[in-house]
Design a protein around this ligand. Sequence first.
Ligand code: FAD
Ligand code: SF4
Length: 399
Amino acid sequence: MTSIDFTKHKKARALKPTSRRPAKELCSECGLCDTYYIHYVKEACAFINQQIGELEEKAHTRSRDLDNANELYFGVHQDMMAARKQQPIEGAQWTGIVSSIAIEMLNRGLVEGVVCVQNTKEDRFQPMPVIARTPEEILAARVNKPTLSPNLSILEQVEKSGMKRLLVIGVGCQIQALRAVEKQLGLEKLYVLGTPCVDNVNRAGLQKFLETTSRSPNTVVHYEFMQDFRVHFKHEDGSTETVPFFGLKTNQLKDVFAPSCMSCFDYVNSLADLVVGYMGAPFGWQWIVVRNNTGKEMLDLVKDQLDTQPVMSKGNRKEAVQQSIPAYDKGVTLPMWAAKLMGVVIERIGPKGLEYARFSIDSHFTRNYLYVKRNHPEKLEEHVPEFAKRIVGQYKLPE
Ligand code: FAD
Ligand code: SF4
């Protein structure tokens, strides 16, 4: 006789889409609460129970070495490099390394499905999480949906489908909750391919960002904050528009970013097996962080499709970060001519490679630390991981 395993979580009920989430305004809509895995929300939610150190031990067999300068910033890793696809995928966010790894894993039978995010028919930026079972479905998920995406909302489907080998692509808050419930999913093998993530927004916030920043908000198909200190927008007609970071209307954009992202300290996706971003690499290249052997196995599948080079680091970010803290706090916006000039100067002499990544991490962690301190002081001590406290501790912060 077969015994049915009615594990406790299956008796829990997903929340209705309109119900207030347990993390309240800090909810990043990761999707967990749209499933019966809400049963675990108090332990699993990245905004209720920050536990990056413990989960690093489970995922990578050890937590990061806080005395190792690179691990302090970029998390547990065995390798880092800059890479780009020799033949970029048309329409991917960068060169399509993420989509290529996912396709390879499916084609070689390493996994039966891939959790990724397509968009709805009506709106190219409205995320629609799916379990892709064909390369075409993975390709249809290429390019960032720069909005909060409920990736974990498909977890019930994973369990019901009976899949045993799965790849999940996602950002830090999704992956933290996923790692916390990993053992309950009934999988033989879970692969996790992460991207860094910062300054995400809900759909309405994205519209405001596009309208305040781009010359043609409705034709933007893709944008990225790039290593040359400019936002690059790509439009439907193939044209590119660049806006210097220092010209952003910070006074109008201050409340655009989701409260979850204003209180997040997992920019580098600490719990993924392999992370693919751009910020630690030279302009035009992607940045790869191999955290463990599973991550190495995934990267090896596409190594022959990539050009690679070692990571580099140049410049000194510290003064630029220190100066940006009060400027952001006061919502200072430079006139466009001054912003362009500053962009040119900082591109020439500013931080590059890993130092640019540190610049971005420092700027966001100091901002977020102040946000949590002012808006959720009761959470500050437990919610901010030790590595972030050390990073923030290098700077003088306003009250
Ligand atoms: P592609 O082959 O185009 O694949 C992109 C993958 O991203 C798809 O598989 C899709 O499923 C997934 N995806 C798209 N939108 C979302 C979403 N909202 N949530 C979860 N998964 C999603 N890198 C940095 O180095 N620094 C940053 O500051 C940074 N910010 C980011 C912010 C966001 C919101 C996102 C989604 C990514 C960010 N990245 C950042 C990662 C970077 O922009 C690229 O996604 C990454 O380098 C992969 O590029 P690619 O061409 O290989 O991806
Ligand atoms: Fe639930 Fe995820 Fe929101 Fe936390 S962030 S309350 S786990 S949906």
